[in-house]
Design a protein around this ligand. Structure first.
Ligand code: ATP
Ligand code: HSE
Length: 326
């Protein structure tokens, strides 16, 4: 479910009059995603995606997200390009919500991640980091280390209902993670995607049938943070099998392809185990928050926090970067 705000045919046609993207042929709500309302539009000039930003997005941050997408697209990265209206503004309002239209990207996200996806993923991540290197704006990571303790507190009342003893275990992990977190200035910083999960990366097959990245979407967690943290997010989201086992082959393929374009510093390599642990607790906590604050009968599908408890435990016992493919 991700159409929270209904848009009428008339309202959409009036909205599109402010753009030069042709006449509307068809539009439909997109069911995937949980944060915002998305519509696929077809006009006489092509396909587009209309997004209405819902409650969890702070309108003040939209210029950063849209500006970053525009910057990356201009640098040649396949990501949604915000379309400007006749007056030059990309961020507008529709049905009482902030709204923007972006270009539509071809491809599909992998429902089942195969080892062949990982090298293209690593390459795409390194290109994203290179392309955003000269983007001037910054945005602190609201879901970075400073945000984890407040999130844990917000879950404390009901967290143990999900698994007995969970809160005490998370207290221990968080204390250890924060104590080992790299000091400011120790690692390279830049614009990161921060949510590079399989459902945000589209692939198409090349002439030989090998997957190649055709687009990266959903920049609404993007922020200015440690570049290597994006690798840690990918190691969490792409390198575990459905049975919970860590797949070292996938990890190595991703990290090697990334390093072919941007070699990691020694400090980044050494820090990756704790960055992975941090990324695991970040997704565990946001999922736990949603789990304990969303009514069970809500239309949104809640994601399993315990999947990330298993990943957190795995990364907590990693002793060398080599064990995670670095
Ligand atoms: N530019 C695009 N081109 C093609 N499809 C898109 C594009 N943007 C979004 N989509 C489609 O819309 C779906 C939802 O988009 P998105 O993941 O950005 O939604 P969200 O509600 O913000 O997300 P999430 O729950 O992942 O945080 C995607 O899975 C994809 O199918
Ligand atoms: N990718 C996230 C949702 C958006 O933060 C998750 O799977 O928990």
């Amino acid at each position: 479910m991700a159409v929270y705000t209904e848009v009428t045919d008339e309202a959409l046609r009036a909205f599109l009059a402010d753009y030069e993207i042709g006449d509307l042929l068809a539009f439909r709500g997109i069911a995937e995603g949980v944060e915002n309302s998305n519509y696929a539009l077809r006009t006489t000039q092509g396909d587009f995606v209309l997004t209405l930003y819902e409650k969890r997005v702070d309108p003040a941050e939209l210029p950063y997200f849209l500006g970053l997408m525009e910057h990356l697209a201009r640098a040649g990265l396949a990501c949604p390009t915000p379309v400007r209206g006749r007056d030059g503004a990309a961020l507008r309002e529709l049905a009482g919500r902030p709204a923007a239209i972006c270009t539509f990207l071809e491809g599909v996200w992998p429902r089942r991640v195969r080892p062949e996806h990982l090298a293209p993923l690593g390459g795409a991540l390194a290109r994203l980091h290179a392309a955003s290197g000269d983007f001037a704006a910054t945005r602190p990571n609201a879901l970075g280390p400073a945000g984890w303790a407040p999130l844990l507190e917000a879950c404390r009342g009901r967290g143990d209902e999900v698994q007995p003893g969970l809160m005490a275990e998370l207290d221990r992990h968080l204390t250890e993670i924060l104590a080992a977190w790299p000091a400011p200035g120790a690692l390279p910083v830049g614009q990161i995607h921060a949510d590079m999960f399989p459902d945000n990366v589209f692939f198409l097959a090349d002439a030989e049938g090998r997957p190649r990245v055709s687009g990266v979407i959903d920049f609404y967690f993007a922020c200015t943070d440690l570049l290597a943290y994006d690798i840690a997010v990918c190691l969490n989201a792409w390198c575990f099998e459905p049975d919970g086992a860590f797949n070292l082959t996938k990890a190595r393929a991703m990290v090697q392809a990334y390093q072919a374009l941007r070699p990691l510093t020694e400090a980044e390599g050494a820090a990756l185990p704790v960055l992975c642990r941090g990324a695991a607790i970040r997704f565990l906590l946001t999922r736990l928050y949603d789990w304990t604050h969303t009514p069970a009968d809500a239309l949104v599908t809640r994601k399993d926090p315990l999947e990330y408890l298993r990943k957190l435990r795995f990364f907590a016992q990693v002793e060398t970067p080599g064990a995670i493919g670095v």
